[in-house]
Write a protein that binds this ligand. Structure first.
Ligand code: MG
Length: 251
């Protein structure tokens, strides 16, 4: 069953979402050659707690940190550590916040210093595929219309869509129904209704879509060691345009 949230509940999620967006803004300023991912994680956790939230990822399934920091060929679920970022890296930061019982979740990929044109193109197309997808995040569309539009956008550019990890409903838990693949035929799955809140999150690879999990039990990497990028927002289906909830007051 897909939960339908009231205006008041969506406002609660927006308050959590503002904190998520602030974390991305804060980390964007910190990301540069020489910084470690553990420093990013500590700054994220401090900000979330200062705003009265809880880092939703910390302890989730035993995950040890408040952000997932996934560098280059790491797709998702990278664990922050003492390795310094290097000029030319790309880093995906995924984080979630729980505030007053409501959740928000978002991810973005950032450049570290100057990056290759191809790496920048991967970041740009991953973001673009999200916005192509949410053109279909409207009442009356079917869920897989979003999935299909994301896949079309990524593959048209010669990139591939990760199959093993998907977007999700979100609300009073971080992961609720439905699962939202970033690929597939259109016209399938439930019809979208106002009040559904979805975390849509294309994970797009430069090369093969095949991935594997490292022996740490968390870090997902591409099988061909080529780069991967991630772009996610939490959004509410409305009677009109979808409302992205993981944006800061500053915009
Ligand atoms: Mg998510």
């Amino acid at each position: 069953m897909i939960n339908i949230r009231s205006r008041q509940e969506i406002e609660q999620m927006r308050q959590a979402g503002i904190i998520v967006a602030e974390v991305h803004g804060l980390l964007e300023k910190m990301i540069r050659p020489g910084v470690t991912t553990i420093e990013l994680d500590e700054a994220a956790e401090a900000h979330i707690r200062a705003k009265g939230g809880e880092p939703a990822f910390k302890g989730y399934g035993g995950f040890p940190a408040s952000i997932c920091s996934s560098v280059n060929q790491q797709v998702v679920h990278g664990i922050p550590g003492n390795v310094q970022l290097v000029e030319g890296d790309i880093i995906s930061i995924d984080t979630g916040v729980q505030l007053n019982g409501y959740y928000a979740d978002a991810a973005k990929t950032f450049p570290v210093g100057n990056i290759s044109a191809q790496a920048q193109r991967l970041i740009d197309i991953t973001r673009k595929s999200f916005y192509e997808g949410i053109k279909f995040a409207r009442e009356g569309q079917r869920l897989s219309d979003i999935s299909h539009a994301i896949q079309e956008c990524a593959e048209r550019e010669g990139f591939s869509v990760v199959r093993n990890y998907v977007g999700h409903g979100i609300g009073t838990a971080m992961h609720e129904e439905p699962q939202i693949p970033n690929y597939g035929q259109p016209g399938k799955g439930p019809r979208l209704k106002a009040g559904m809140v979805l975390a849509i999150e294309p994970m797009i690879n430069e090369g093969t879509y095949h991935v594997k999990v490292l022996s740490d039990g968390w870090t997902v990497i591409t099988m061909d060691s080529k780069n991967s990028a991630h772009y996610e927002h939490t959004l509410a289906i409305t009677e009109g345009d979808p409302e992205i909830l993981t944006v800061s007051n500053a915009g």
